[in-house]
Design a protein around this ligand. Structure first.
Ligand code: NIG
Ligand code: FE
Length: 422
């Protein structure tokens, strides 16, 4: 009797297991799944028998690499409209911040999202998620935050959950009611925070529509004190906290996130040395968003060296949103993180696998290890550094979710010449 459902051979593994360091690479490896779990992983030579007798199905990957399915741990995939006009204003020299101060930016997407039907939001987000998925993503986080009133925040979160219905991977949702001060509350931000805490958060939790709460702590959004008020309200629920922190200025966001035991603090261009130390002590993951830095012409990049020397885990995400990062390729983020931030290709891949899973509080994925969820991506590459090297190519040729092959696609870009699984 075969022990495993499926055994993958003729493959190399980037296990991303912490013990091995780097990629945790296994050249000429093998990986078996049983149900939705990894049942065996290691060098093919160590297999405890003949492949055909070990598994009901044996599949050759013809030399392709396997990595953990990618985790996009920070997106705003559900939104109405787009901001191409604002993009052109920024190209003429206007800044992201000054457009926001004039009532554009996030608030213009709020108008479009309030006007959009739940069906339309679901359809548009489904298409964006399909693009991420074709690039190896098997777990995605989706935030609300373009409703800024109860009905529309719930509509966005329901749309995010409906996207999950047609996605073989995992969707985690985050309530970002404190993303901007809505027009109706201009000059009365504290009143809006009160609504977020007393009306919106309880309704979202009651409906079971979010696993985490996020706030945009910034001089164009919410103060550290207002952020703390939202996090205090979250304490009486079972949702985790995350923070858009120190993106445009140092608001002490990193330290604030750490103080509340946040899963992650995200952006962090202006994070202070003290904030980074506090994150290290609290075990808060830094989520770095190179598309936003690139697309907004950020005047500084996150202090990678400091995160590295403090031992703060660095995750990478697309931040897919219509204003600062209209990006639907997580693989492209590896290239941007290496080129702009000078992360290493090993760090970049850990950032979209193991550390991205930590940023979502998920310990059952992000590495190829015994007992982990069998979420895998198959790549037509000769070595893992190629994932960071190509600009805008998609070397992903297959995706496996929970042990099931859910996507096989032709190699594209620089990879058409590579061997690939049938
Ligand atoms: O992560 N910084 C705040 N929120 C988003 C941008 C939202 C928008 O501009 O629509 C971000 O960059
Ligand atoms: Fe964001």
């Amino acid at each position: 009797m075969a022990r495993w459902d499926e055994l993958w051979v003729d493959t190399h593994l980037a296990t991303m297991a912490p013990a091995g360091g780097g990629y945790g690479a296994v050249v000429d490896g093998a990986l078996a799944v049983q149900g939705d779990r990894i049942a065996w992983v290691g060098p093919r030579a160590d297999l405890p028998g003949v492949p055909d007798q070990l598994a009901s199905r044996v599949t050759s990957l013809e030399g392709a690499w396997l990595t953990p399915g990618l985790v996009d741990c920070h997106t705003h995939l559900v939104f109405g409209g787009h901001r191409a006009a604002e993009f052109q204003r920024r190209l003429q020299g206007e800044s992201y911040e000054s457009i926001a101060r004039q009532g554009g930016g996030i608030l213009s997407t709020v108008d479009a999202t309030r006007a959009a039907s739940e069906d339309l939001l679901t359809t548009a987000a489904t298409a964006r998620l399909a693009a991420l998925h074709a690039g190896g993503v098997t777990t995605v986080e989706i935030k609300s935050g373009y409703g800024l009133n109860l009905d529309t925040e719930l509509k966005m979160l329901r749309a995010a959950r409906r996207v999950a219905d047609s996605f073989p991977g995992t969707v985690r949702t985050t309530f970002l009611g404190a993303h901007a001060i809505p027009k109706e509350y201009q000059g009365r931000a504290d009143d809006y925070v009160d609504v977020v805490c007393r009306q919106m958060l309880p309704a979202v939790v009651e409906a079971g529509l979010a696993e985490a709460v996020d706030v945009f702590c910034e001089r164009i959004a919410f103060t550290p004190a207002q952020t703390a008020t939202v996090f205090d309200a979250a304490r009486s629920t079972d949702v985790a906290v995350k923070l858009h922190a120190d993106q445009l200025s140092d608001s002490n966001g990193a330290a604030l996130a750490a103080r509340y035991g946040a899963l992650s603090a995200d952006h962090l261009e202006y994070a202070s040395a003290e904030g980074i130390q506090a994150m290290a002590e609290a075990g808060t993951t830094a989520v770095l968003l190179p598309a936003a830095s690139y697309f907004t012409h950020a005047d500084r990049f996150p202090p990678i060296d400091r995160f590295r020397s403090a031992g703060v885990p660095m995750a990478l995400a697309t931040d897919c949103n219509p204003g600062s990062a209209p990006a639907t390729s997580l693989v492209l983020m590896l290239n941007l993180a290496c080129t702009l931030f000078r992360m290493t290709p090993e760090e970049a891949l850990a950032g979209v696998t193991r550390h991205a899973a930590s940023a979502l509080g998920l310990s059952d994925r992000g590495t190829l290890e015994l007992g982990q969820r069998a979420d895998l991506a198959v790549w037509a590459i000769d070595e893992p550094a190629e994932l960071s090297y190509w600009i805008g190519a998609n070397p992903c040729v297959g995706v496996i979710c929970g042990g099931q092959r859910v996507l096989t696609r032709p190699a594209a870009g620089g990879h058409a010449d590579r061997p690939r699984p049938a």
